[in-house]
Design a protein around this ligand. Structure first.
Ligand code: URP
Ligand code: ZN
Ligand code: ZN
Ligand code: ZN
Length: 473
């Protein structure tokens, strides 16, 4: 058992900050101590195996990214990060837990989809991982199989109002799945966009010769996110199922969530870095086919309409509770290129798993959120929402020693190059110069990243069985 002392830093949690040393014994945090504490008169630093100097730096709980899609078969290809490359990139960026989505499609068994996801991830992950279950074909068998999820350590599942013919559920299917979820205590995660309406608009645009990536954003109008969000809220209300809306990008969708929460409904929402920083005009509207890099769903929204500012506001007011990446990377070459001449064939997704902690820290730098809120929306709330809190999401005795030493005086240049570890031939964040730097990353007491580089390994990461959400009553 290795003992480690993180000395001289400022420990930041969702509820406060204090100068403290953190003692790690094996895989867990043993103590959070007054700076310079001794043990029975002995200098602690002299008694441990390893000392990490955190002077002038923050010591925060490792990031929990509750929305990733490693190796997702999607859009005629598969997401370009494997569990091995994607979790390595996560580690580099200070994320020590991911929750990925096992997939069941219409006609398939939920159990088989889950087994396939375990087979992809087992022995390959650099950080700990858990699963949500996509139920892409709601039928009697799938509803029955949902009864086994909690025993598998899976306490949330995702439905899609988007992507007809792929993952889409109609209202009848959603209602039945939510009834089952309410019975079991599962959290329903919803991709809230009106897919059938989007497909009609998209086909009309293509017929008019509007085939560029920009029109992906035009077809996926904010009204169709607002409408679907409202419908999801009401279907959840009728069934008494708690609801979590994923990748929220439209301010009107946030207004729906705020309205539902104000009325006391058990409704939550996440957004993603791309909806805070990037826009329809600047990125999706880039010249030629360049905008394909930023084709994702829900789409990037118009800056002129003010969606991005509204997302920041909602993070402050807790109308949105957390930030996940929806990491779903595709290379331009051979993948995004599938949609040259027809935006509908561009695989949907952006890769950000490596950058979420840094990108969200910029909100602290610019004064959009506090340091504590940064920790809360990137680690503590995802841990609580998805049944990992106590083990993850907090710096406290007994918690897993998943720790990040973050240097506020550091600097990170994002882009493909030496500092890029995701399996992509481009970065959606090329040219972003951000304040702050992930200096040291520990996962269950093992150093994954430090000044001399990467020490992680495939297979260090363990499958996490999750408890029911602490947010649900
Ligand atoms: O564009 C996206 N979001 N791709 C991943 C699949 C999903 O809808 O989350
Ligand atoms: Zn989705
Ligand atoms: Zn997703
Ligand atoms: Zn080292």
């Amino acid at each position: 058992m290795t003992t480690t002392l993180l000395r001289g830093g400022t420990v930041v949690t969702a509820t406060g900050r204090s100068a403290a040393d953190v003692l790690v014994d094996g895989e867990r945090i043993a103590a959070v101590l007054a700076p310079g504490s001794t043990l029975l008169g002995h200098d602690l630093a002299a008694s441990v195996d390893r000392v990490v100097d955190a002077t002038g730096k923050y010591v925060v709980p490792g990031g929990v990214d509750a929305h990733t899609h490693m190796e997702l078969p999607f859009g005629g290809t598969a997401a370009s990060d494997t569990f091995e490359t994607g979790t390595r990139a996560a580690a580099w960026g200070g994320t020590t837990t991911i929750i990925d989505f096992a997939v069941q499609r219409a006609g398939e068994r939920v159990q088989d989809g889950l087994a396939a996801w375990h087979a992809k991830a087992a022995g390959r992950c650099a950080v700990d991982y858990a699963f949500h279950q996509i139920v892409g074909g709601v039928d009697d068998d799938a509803l029955k199989a949902m009864e086994t999820l909690v025993d598998e350590g899976i306490t949330s599942y995702k439905l899609f109002m988007a992507y007809p013919g792929v993952f889409h559920s109609d209202d009848a299917q959603i209602l039945r799945a939510m009834q089952k979820a309410a019975e079991l205590g599962l959290l329903t995660m919803m991709h809230a966009e009106n897919g059938p309406a989007i497909d009609v608009l998209a086909a009309q645009l293509v017929e008019q010769g509007r085939t560029a990536p920009y029109f992906h954003g035009v077809a996926r109008a904010w009204q169709l996110e607002e409408e679907a969000t409202h419908r999801a809220i009401m279907l959840a209300d009728v069934t008494q199922a708690p609801l979590y809306v994923v990748h929220v990008s439209a301010k009107q969708a946030v207004q729906q969530l705020a309205w539902a929460r104000d009325a006391g409904r058990n409704v939550f929402g996440e957004t993603c870095p791309q909806y805070l920083y990037l826009s329809l005009e600047e990125q999706l509207g880039a010249p030629g086919f360049e905008g394909a890099k930023w084709v994702c769903s829900t789409p990037l929204r118009s800056r002129a309409e003010g969606h991005q500012d509204h997302m920041w506001q909602a993070l402050r007011t807790n109308d949105l509770q957390m930030v996940s990446t929806d990491h779903c990377p595709f290379c331009m070459k051979g993948q995004k290129e599938l949609g040259l001449g027809d935006f509908r064939a561009i695989p949907n997704g952006i890769g950000s798993v490596e950058h979420r902690m840094d990108l969200m820290y910029q909100g602290v730098v610019t004064g959009e959120i506090t340091l504590e809120r940064w920790v809360e929306i990137t680690s503590t709330t995802p841990a609580r929402m998805f049944g990992l809190y106590g083990r993850k999401g907090v710096v406290a005795p007994g918690a897993d020693a998943d720790l990040v030493v973050y240097d506020p005086a550091g600097h990170t240049s994002i882009g493909v190059g030496a500092t890029h570890h995701m399996s992509m031939d481009h970065s959606a964040w090329e040219g972003f110069e951000v304040d702050g730097h992930v200096d040291v990353v520990l996962s269950r007491g093992e150093v994954l990243v430090d000044a001399d580089g990467y020490h992680g390994r495939p297979g260090h990461g363990r499958y996490l069985r999750r408890d029911l959400s602490q947010y649900l009553v």
